[in-house]
Write a protein that binds this ligand. Structure first.
Ligand code: XMP
Length: 516
């Protein structure tokens, strides 16, 4: 494993993904983890991420210098670079010489493990206030910028490397190459992390965990639960029963798709539970987003527990169902505060929303994977393209896309609007370009309109098209005006009680993708 030490910004996830793109397995650890604990995991290399602090701030995260003396190759980026510099006796000045954004980097002559084979002049992404003016003893300066004399250094003998910039972001033109040079040349790691390995490894782990017992898996219609189910089915076959909870918060035709496409592709045993009334009852009168998420998460589990009894009754044996399969992904774990100790941003219904008296043991075969890796695993498992390439849809469904109380009428209305938006986006060929486009009903807001000859007093619908690589950050998609116009005209004409369509032009951060 390669450990990515997280200094508190969201760069660590991106770095971990880039390492895996280089086919090397990586995991994120918080900077507060004791160095001895990091080393006890026998990492093949350690990467220190960037972070929002200045090394001069009081309370800024530090690292025990033992990390640089254990013989493990270390690569510091941005804050990690400055920390390496100060810890090992170099000089970092609080010069006030700031550099933000795209910056020309001048690579020094005379050979470098990291920059080998890359251009002498390259564009990199900078984001820092402090600057390194002298490298620690024994280090060679390998690059500079117009502002910073030491923008990269290395000590090949000790296998320590650092760059002031962010090689993980795509604006650093040779960033991936430099990262690979560190991994392959600096740390001598063989790239061997593939989706084939993931499947073999997970199948073995699932068999070990579940043994001859039975498991159930909630299918949501999304990629994650589908891939998790397919993986578990490969491991334990008919010991798995999939349960699809129709909570009434699904989009139009979604239930039928799960019943048809997924079962056809996998041959999995599927049980459909109609729980619409139960969910609507539990959500009645609730407007707080976190409360909605918790309720939906809790009801999900309750429905499974009930399904369990039925599954046992239906099965020939009397083997109890002890395991629950969930399609939890690595970003869910990290964002729910489980991976890095960072703040809890939202309770994802399948992580933070679990009730404490859970009766199942969890099987989470995707817990270490990023979305793009899940898609590759799905493809390798032979799932159809429509499932594998599906845009993300949150577990709590339309329940968190109605701002205000969730009712049957409002859900029906939102379903219509959402179906129109999806249809037009698909017709315009935008499904790949757009990561997802939540359609949100502002149920507690009304505005005045005019339709025909009459005054209307209806609700707005929000379109939230976003482009993203991993949902951790996102930008609003600059969509063609004519497509927006068609969606707006159709929604206001065809959906009762909606007299206005608005476009959300907020990136993430500061806005999350979903409104709740
Ligand atoms: P946010 O709103 O946090 O969403 O920017 C990031 C991504 O996660 C999806 N999402 C969820 N998925 N359960 C899920 O399975 C949830 O509770 C949940 N909340 C948000 C969201 O659609 C986006 O893709």
């Amino acid at each position: 494993v390669v450990l990515v030490v997280d200094f508190g910004a969201q760069y660590a996830q991106l770095i971990a993904r880039r390492v895996r793109e280089a086919r090397v397995y990586s995991e994120i650890v918080p900077s507060t983890m004791p160095v001895a604990e990091m080393l006890a995991r026998n990492p093949k290399a350690i990467i220190l991420s960037g972070g929002p602090s200045s090394v001069y701030e009081e309370g800024a995260p530090r690292l025990d210098r033992a990390i640089f003396e254990a013989g493990v190759p270390v690569f510091g980026m941005c804050y990690g670079f400055q920390l390496m510099a100060t810890t090992l006796g170099g000089t970092v000045d609080n010069t006030g010489a700031r550099e933000y954004g795209r910056t020309p980097l001048h690579v020094s002559k005379g050979g470098s493990t990291l920059f080998e084979g890359t251009p002498v002049e390259q564009s990199v992404w900078m984001s820092h206030g402090d600057a390194c003016s002298a490298a620690p003893e024994g280090f060679t300066v390998t690059a500079s910028t117009d502002v910073v004399p030491v923008a990269a250094f290395e000590n090949d003998e000790k296998k320590l490397y650092g760059v002031q910039y962010h090689p993980e972001v795509m604006h650093s033109t040779h960033g991936q190459q430099i990262l690979e040079h560190f991994l392959y040349r600096g740390a001598g790691i063989e790239p061997s992390w593939t989706t084939g390995n993931v499947i073999d490894e997970q199948v073995a782990l699932i068999r070990e965990q579940v043994g001859t017992k039975r498991a159930i898996c909630g299918l949501s219609g999304g990629v994650d639960s589908a891939v998790a189910a397919a993986l578990v089915q490969r491991a334990i076959g008919d010991q798995l029963t999939c349960v699809y909870v129709d909570h009434g918060l699904m989009r139009k035709d979604e239930t039928e798709q799960v019943e048809k496409d997924f079962v056809a592709a996998t041959g999995v045993q599927l049980k459909v539970v109609d729980a619409q009334e139960r969910f609507l009852g539990a959500l009645a009168g609730v407007t707080d987003p976190e409360e909605k998420r918790k309720i939906i998460g809790r009801e999900f589990i309750r429905v499974f527990e009930q399904a369990q009894a039925e599954i046992i009754a239906e099965a020939s044996g009397d083997q109890p169902v002890e395991f629950l399969v969930q399609g939890t992904l690595y970003p869910d774990v990290v964002e729910s505060g489980g991976g890095t100790g960072t703040a809890n941003i939202k309770s994802h219904h399948n992580v933070g929303g679990l009730p404490e008296d859970l009766e199942f043991q969890l099987v989470e075969p995707l817990r270490k994977l990023f979305k793009d890796e899940v898609r590759m695993v799905g493809q390798e498992l032979g799932l159809p393209e429509e499932i594998v390439q599906r845009q993300p849809f949150p577990g709590p469904g339309l329940g968190i896309r109605i701002v205000g109380e969730v009712t049957k009428e409002r859900l029906d209305l939102l379903r219509e609007a959402d179906a129109i938006a999806r249809e037009e986006l698909t017709a315009a060929g935008l499904d790949r370009e757009i990561w997802q486009c939540p359609v949100v009903l502002l149920a507690d807001v009304r505005s005045v309109g005019v339709q025909g000859d009459g005054r209307t007093y209806g609700h707005p619908i929000v379109l939230r098209p976003v482009s993203s690589e991993d949902a951790m950050t996102a930008d609003w998609t600059r969509m063609p005006y004519d497509v927006l116009a068609r969606i707006s005209t159709r929604i206001t004409n065809e959906v009762k009680d909606v007299n206005r369509v608005v476009l959300d032009v907020t990136s993430k951060p500061p806005g999350t993708i979903e409104w709740e």
